[in-house]
Design a protein around this ligand. Structure first.
Ligand SMILES: [Zn+2]
Ligand SMILES: [Zn+2]
Length: 335
């Protein structure tokens, strides 16, 4: 089968690879859609060796191992990017998010087929495969918003306007935020338009104004950070008394990961700096519900779709097309 491999800088190779035989608890999926994640972009900048990639995928069950009971042939499913075990002390104590024995499927979604353990698969009901490929980042946004514990009437400031930030804007709106401010770069024209579509009251252009100056005397209740760690000190500066900051931005390097924070300022302002980490992946059924009920429309987020053979173009779009790129997908066949 055909499978895409990636290495820095943004080099994609499509190779012919062989599938191994299925084990008893495994499923062979025919992949129908797979999204390019921010972590794939990081890998495209840093990875020294070619490696398979892609973990935001949906597809059809093509074959099942002898012991698989959860899904059967022909089922339409999405893949959790990691699954809790249900059996370790944390899981049994009601904290699957702290699971110590997670199953992580292979991140090899930019391919024709994939073999995964059946426990990673969730039926997608009436969703299209393209919509289903957005469930994984949607779950990440859900975790970010849950960690922030947004309350009725809150002024929520969102750093960034990528797919996770945009879905978080919609979720903040659904949770009753009173005002939502998105901080985005002016070149992200499509993303700014989408920020308003998903419920932002204002978008501040970070390259044209001083965020510190603009928000310094404004009550800010919750801050969602989806941008690199270097933005956290500024987020601390614009926080009000008692603000909760929920952070998900990942650093590309050990250097970029280090930031200096004013601890006295955080202490005397009673700030709470919290980290979201959607591993294991939770909330897939809830995300599917919200999409199915029309409460969250993920379709406008999907701005580009490419066949597997054009993964190089897909990655080039993510890299170069700041103006129009939202979520970029690989799709196979009818979606
Ligand atoms: Zn991802
Ligand atoms: Zn567990």
């Amino acid at each position: 089968m055909q499978q895409a491999f990636l290495k820095a800088p943004f080099q994609v190779e499509i190779r012919e690879t062989q599938l191994r035989p299925l084990q008893a608890d495994e499923v062979l999926l025919d992949i129908k859609a797979c999204g390019v994640c921010g972590s794939d972009v990081n890998a495209a900048w840093t990875s020294k060796e070619f490696h398979p990639f892609g973990h935001e995928l949906s597809g059809v069950v093509e074959a099942v191992g002898a012991h698989v009971t959860q899904v059967s042939m022909g089922d339409r499913v999405a893949m959790e990017s990691s699954s809790y075990c249900g059996n370790c002390p944390a899981c049994r104590n009601g904290h699957p998010e702290l699971c110590s024995d997670k199953y992580v499927p292979p991140y090899e979604g930019f391919a024709e087929k994939i073999i995964v353990n059946a426990r990673a698969l969730v039926p997608i009901r009436s969703l299209s495969f393209a919509e289903a490929a957005v469930i994984e980042p949607f779950g990440v946004a859900m975790d970010l918003v849950e960690v922030a514990d947004i309350r009725l009437g809150d002024h929520v400031v969102v750093y960034g306007a990528g797919p996770i930030a945009l879905l978080a804007v919609r979720l903040a709106r659904l949770r009753g935020a009173g005002r939502i401010t998105v901080l985005a770069h002016a070149h992200s024209e499509k993303r700014i338009e989408l920020a308003y579509f998903y419920g932002a009251d204002q978008v501040l252009l970070t390259d044209q104004i001083s965020v510190r100056e603009t928000l310094k005397n404004v009550q800010v209740d919750r801050i969602l950070v989806t941008t690199p760690p270097s933005t956290i000190p500024e987020a601390v500066d614009i926080a009000s008394f008692g603000t909760v900051l929920s952070v998900i931005g990942i650093a590309k390097s050990a250097e970029e990961s280090k930031v200096a924070l004013d601890i006295n300022q955080m202490h005397f302002n009673r700030l709470q700096l919290r980290f979201s980490h959607a591993t294991p992946a939770l909330f897939f059924p809830l995300c599917i519900d919200l999409i199915e009920k029309g409460l969250v429309d993920v379709r406008p987020l999907i701005t580009h779709q490419y066949p597997l053979e054009e993964m190089q173009q897909a990655m080039d779009t993510v890299r170069n097309d700041k103006k129009t790129a939202g979520k970029v997908l690989m799709v196979r066949g009818i979606n």
